[in-house]
Structures are given as structure tokens and as C-alpha cells.
Design a protein around this ligand. Structure first.
Ligand code: SF4
Length: 282
């Protein structure tokens, strides 16, 4: 496995007002989790965050909005943010993550500078109705297909630790395989007292085993460890690379704090990993 690690940063540009009921998500208004909620982050702030991400050697920058899908207003806002970031910051792979989207909407994002689209399958089709009742898994899969039709690069993965079985985990990874994504974000459930889910933080060994399995099943695709890295692995997160991950999200997540990016840089250096400087690195 390559010793190069890809860094990606997330900007939560519209937060905490989703009407869906995904049981693992603090952005749903149904559960009243104590998070910051706002409609539109100022464009200047988004651009500043993109510059900071670039200075911290991120090659990916993701514009995330809460909500099931893109309405016209959200589409205009994401396009405006994408254009502003592309104008001010060079050589960043710009990712949008805005829920269910049609081919036409995705093409509009592409025309405004978006390079990739992230839409996670989350878990298996069988288990999905147990974690969400307001939309179905098929819709998620179809959006991923739309991403390919719109000729954007696809990022799709899921989350472990919701109470799913090993068969569900395998089924989710098999479904990801069929979509042939460029990058596969893997999240680990971060329990929150406001959420209805009884899932617990996965034991480190089990979480590492899931990364090994993902690597085995997904060949050379990029495997990115995203939410839940801190709470699951603590200071043993260097082990995720030995298990097969080759990308991480740096800085904060959508509604939870991440590690100090400088600490991540020091950790990568200490264990002999190089930070990738281009999306084309292997
Ligand atoms: S649709 Fe997305 S933002 Fe809304 S509750 Fe589900 S995971 Fe959270």
C-alpha cells in the first residue's frame, strides 16, 4: 500500500435544519441535538476556510448542506460558493455534498466548478429502513448513479456502528463496489444523547477490521476515514493506514470537533506517511 495520504476538509455551509429522520444524524431537527444551526454561511467565510484547508495541505474541500436534497435556492447558493472558492483558491478538488440530486442539478454544479459529488449509501438496503423512515436507500443509490451520468467524480461510502450486522456491512461495501467511486468515505458512529440510536462506539479492533475489509473489497479506490475517527481510535489512529485507509478528513466535521490538523501532520510524519499533493497521486 502506498504511503501517501490524502487530506480533505469539510465546510458545513448550511447546518442543522434537515426535516429527515436519519437516526444517526444531529442535523435532523427532530432530535433537537445541541448543534449550531444556520441557513447560509457567508461566502467570504467559506473562501477563508478553503484557503485555510489549502494551507494545511488538503487537496479536497467539501461544501456540505443539511437536508434531503437540493432545492433551487440551495443549488444557487452552492454554485455561488463553488465559484468563489475556485476563483480564489487554486488546485483544490471541490466536492459538493447536498443530498439527493438529479442529473440536471449535478451538471449545473459541475458548470460552476464542482469536481466531485459526495452522497453516501450509509448502510445496506436491508438495514436502511431501521435508521431512516423518511426516504429510502434506492433514492440514495440513484443519486450516486446520477453523479456518474453528470460526469462528476463520485465519493460514496457509509457509516458503521449503527447496530447493523456484518452482512449489512458487506452488502453496503458490495453496493459501493458496483458504483465504482473514486473515493469511499467511511464514518464511525459518534453517539449523541439526543439521538434515538443505541449504537455504541465500535471497539478499535472491530473498526480496523472493517477498514481492512473495505480495502480488500475496494481494491485501489481511495478509502477516507471521516467522522468518528477521534472517538473510535483516539491516539491510535495511525493504525487506520496500516489497515488500508489512505485518506482522512482534517479539521472539524459537520457537527463534531476534529483533531488539530497540525497534530495530524505530526502523526503522519512520525509514522512515515507522505501527504499527497495531487488527486492523481497513488
Ligand atoms: S438527510 Fe442527511 S442531513 Fe438529513 S438527517 Fe439524514 S443524514 Fe442528516
Amino acid at each position: 500500500m502506498s504511503k501517501k495520504v490524502f487530506l480533505c476538509a469539510i465546510s458545513n455551509i448550511s447546518s442543522g435544519h434537515c426535516l429527515e429522520d436519519c437516526k444517526f444524524c444531529t442535523q435532523s431537527v427532530k432530535y433537537g441535538a445541541k448543534i449550531e444551526r444556520f441557513y447560509h454561511k457567508p461566502i467570504e467565510t467559506i473562501v477563508e476556510e478553503a484557503k485555510q484547508a489549502k494551507a494545511r495541505q488538503a487537496i479536497g474541500f467539501c461544501l456540505v448542506t443539511a437536508g434531503k436534497g437540493i432545492d433551487d435556492k440551495t443549488l444557487r447558493f452552492v454554485c455561488e460558493a463553488a465559484e468563489a472558492v475556485k476563483k480564489e483558491v487554486e488546485d483544490l478538488n471541490l466536492i459538493a455534498c447536498n443530498g439527493t440530486a438529479s442529473v440536471e442539478q449535478l451538471r449545473i454544479l459541475k458548470d460552476h466548478g464542482v469536481d466531485s459529488y459526495n452522497h453516501n449509501l450509509e448502510t445496506s438496503e436491508r438495514f436502511y429502513p431501521q435508521i431512516c423512515t423518511t426516504h429510502d436507500w434506492r433514492e440514495r443509490y440513484e443519486t450516486c448513479e446520477n453523479v456518474k451520468k453528470a460526469e462528476l467524480k463520485l465519493c460514496t461510502g457509509g457509516i458503521f456502528g449503527l447496530g447493523e450486522t456484518m452482512e449489512d456491512r458487506i452488502a453496503m461495501l458490495e453496493a459501493v463496489q458496483t458504483l465504482d467511486p473514486e473515493s469511499v468515505p467511511i464514518n464511525f458512529y459518534h453517539p449523541n444523547e439526543a439521538l434515538p440510536l443505541e449504537g455504541k462506539t465500535l471497539p478499535i479492533e472491530e473498526a480496523l477490521e472493517m477498514i481492512r475489509m473495505a480495502r480488500q473489497m475496494l481494491g485501489k479506490r481511495r478509502i477516507m476515514i471521516a467522522g468518528g475517527r477521534e472517538i473510535t481510535f483516539g491516539d491510535e489512529d495511525y493504525k487506520i493506514f496500516e489497515a488500508g485507509a489512505n485518506a482522512i478528513v482534517i479539521g472539524n466535521y459537520l457537527t463534531t470537533q476534529g483533531k488539530d490538523p497540525m497534530r495530524d501532520h505530526t502523526m503522519l510524519e512520525k509514522y512515515g506517511y507522505e501527504i499527497a499533493t495531487s488527486c492523481h497521486d497513488q
